[in-house]
Design a protein around this ligand. Structure first.
Ligand code: SF4
Length: 246
């Protein structure tokens, strides 16, 4: 992660990948919804389930308990009942309530009386992305990926969520080292990615991982990134090209 106005010059390899990705998949609009608490709860609900099931669980939760204060104060079994379609309800319900209680304690310390969602929005807004990421991670149940998702999708802040697709594809492409784990990859992307590229890079790497660069049998022969890929065909094309150029 980086401070708000610090410019980043990307490595040549990343710049080439970015160019190829946008040539293949375009420039998606980055439109955050300014609802970090909704995003935080939604991301917790999305753990270990499909988007469809977690979306359903989220809708049932906000229908049954229409404010985050109501979710916080409800009996745990009522929250678990509301989110049951998302799976692991007995794990996720206390996780959500604990996060809400933590934010409430912080809000009370500051004698803030806004709705809890507004409180979190302002806490994040007043921080640089790196600090905002660390702040979210200090909330129980919020890991590096969840924190980055909230910042990127809900706040429009440059933090790169590294899920299984982003991790696998960026390793194959040689954007991160073979031994860099997903948590470390957040930090690597923060150092090398211009803030305005983060969203596009994230959504395109996921799309590419789902559609082309599958975990088993990546479709290298149809891949628009082939010429820049370190893994393509099991041969390090990128490394070979580097060697030839020296
Ligand atoms: S060339 Fe193959 S390994 Fe490299 S990104 Fe494309 S599909 Fe993945």
């Amino acid at each position: 992660m980086t401070t708000k106005h610090e410019p980043i010059t990307p490595p040549t390899h990343l710049a080439q990948i970015y160019e190829l990705l946008t040539a293949a998949y375009g420039h998606p609009a980055w439109i955050p919804d300014n609802d970090p608490l909704g995003g935080l709860v939604g991301t917790i609900l999305s753990q270990h389930t499909s988007d469809l099931n977690s979306g359903r669980a989220y809708q049932q939760l906000v229908t049954l308990l229409p404010t985050w204060e109501a979710v916080r104060d409800a009996p745990p079994e009522q929250v678990a009942y509301a989110i049951r379609s998302g799976g692991l309800a007995n794990v996720k319900a206390p996780r959500i309530q604990e996060a809400l209680h933590t934010l409430t304690r912080q809000q009370q310390e500051q004698e803030d009386t806004h709705p809890l969602g507004d409180f979190l929005f302002h806490e994040l807004k007043k921080r640089a992305p790196e600090e905002a990421w660390q702040y979210l991670r200090s909330i129980p149940g919020v890991g590096p990926k969840t924190a980055a998702c909230v910042l990127m999708f809900n706040m429009g802040m440059p933090a790169m969520p590294v899920d299984t697709h982003v991790h696998r594809v960026s390793k194959r492409l040689g954007l991160i080292g073979a031994n860099v784990n997903a948590n470390q990859a957040h930090e690597v992307f923060a150092r090398i990615t211009p803030p305005e590229w983060v969203y596009t890079l994230h959504v395109h790497l996921i799309r590419h991982g789902r559609q082309v660069c599958h975990a088993q049998r990546p479709a290298c022969e149809h891949c628009p990134l082939f010429i820049a890929c370190a893994y393509a065909g099991g041969v390090s094309v990128y490394e070979e090209r580097s060697l030839r150029s020296h």
